[in-house]
Design a protein around this ligand. Structure first.
Ligand SMILES: Cc1cc2nc3c(=O)[nH]c(=O)nc-3n(C[C@H](O)[C@H](O)[C@H](O)COP(=O)(O)O)c2cc1C
Length: 202
């Protein structure tokens, strides 16, 4: 099993999404001790935000790439290669302003590429990334899995939609939520860990 781990919180070991992601990784390793893990820390190693040079590099035939375009397309090609070669992806997702970190959005913008990870057909768009299992480890100060704030959550649904668009539909979400709410925050991680335990036991 090849696992791609995306770390996206800038809080290092204190990060709740990182800790939850670690727990998911431990469970995966207990299923397959030989699992290979490739870690990409998007919070630390800057992901290029899309610019016209990237778009030009995506649409220019390989043989016509200038040095500048060749350089621009490298991150994208590498990120797609890492995704395609993985069997499982674990994404740490700290909620920022109801959405995903901009670094993760930048990564998604790099890997969502017409003709490579999806293509348009006469019957509409078709995802080209197959046979992946994705685990989302979402951390949030408030509670979004239920209750009045549920509709403010633009992490899980967005990731399901955009990953679904490129062909990845096997997605399981775990949440460590309410980490900013007194009385709830103490139970947030144990509850999340229990949910992972139960999912892997079944
Ligand atoms: C810039 C920023 C924006 C945040 N926005 C939200 C938010 O919209 N809703 C929420 O419930 N928590 C919000 N939080 C709280 C984080 O989701 C929470 O601290 C979470 O644990 C962060 O993940 P991490 O521990 O993996 O870094 C925000 C935190 C930061 C730093």
């Amino acid at each position: 099993m090849k696992i791609l781990r995306l770390i996206t919180s800038f809080r290092g070991k204190d990060s709740q999404s990182f800790q939850l992601g670690n727990f998911i990784i431990e469970k995966l390793k207990s299923q397959d001790a030989t699992a290979e893990i490739l870690i990409r820390n998007l919070a630390k190693d800057e992901t290029p935000h899309l610019s016209d040079v990237h778009i030009n590099s995506f649409i220019t035939p390989v043989k016509d790439l200038s040095d500048e375009l060749q350089k621009a397309v490298q991150y994208c090609n590498n990120a797609i290669d890492e995704l395609v070669k993985s069997d499982v992806v674990v994404m740490d997702v700290p909620m920022y302003n109801f959405g995903i970190p901009s670094s993760l959005k930048a990564w998604i913008d790099q890997i969502t590429r017409a003709g490579i990870t999806f293509r348009y057909t006469e019957n509409g768009p078709v995802g080209l990334v197959k046979n992946k299992k994705v685990y989302l480890a979402i951390a949030s100060g408030g509670i979004y899995s239920e209750g009045p704030m549920k509709e403010y959550d633009h992490t899980e649904k967005y990731l399901e939609q955009v990953l679904g668009f490129i062909g990845i539909s096997d997605i399981t979400t775990f949440r460590v939520e309410g980490v900013a709410i007194p009385d709830i925050k103490e139970r947030a991680m144990p509850k999340a860990v229990q949910a992972v335990e139960e999912a892997f036991a079944s």
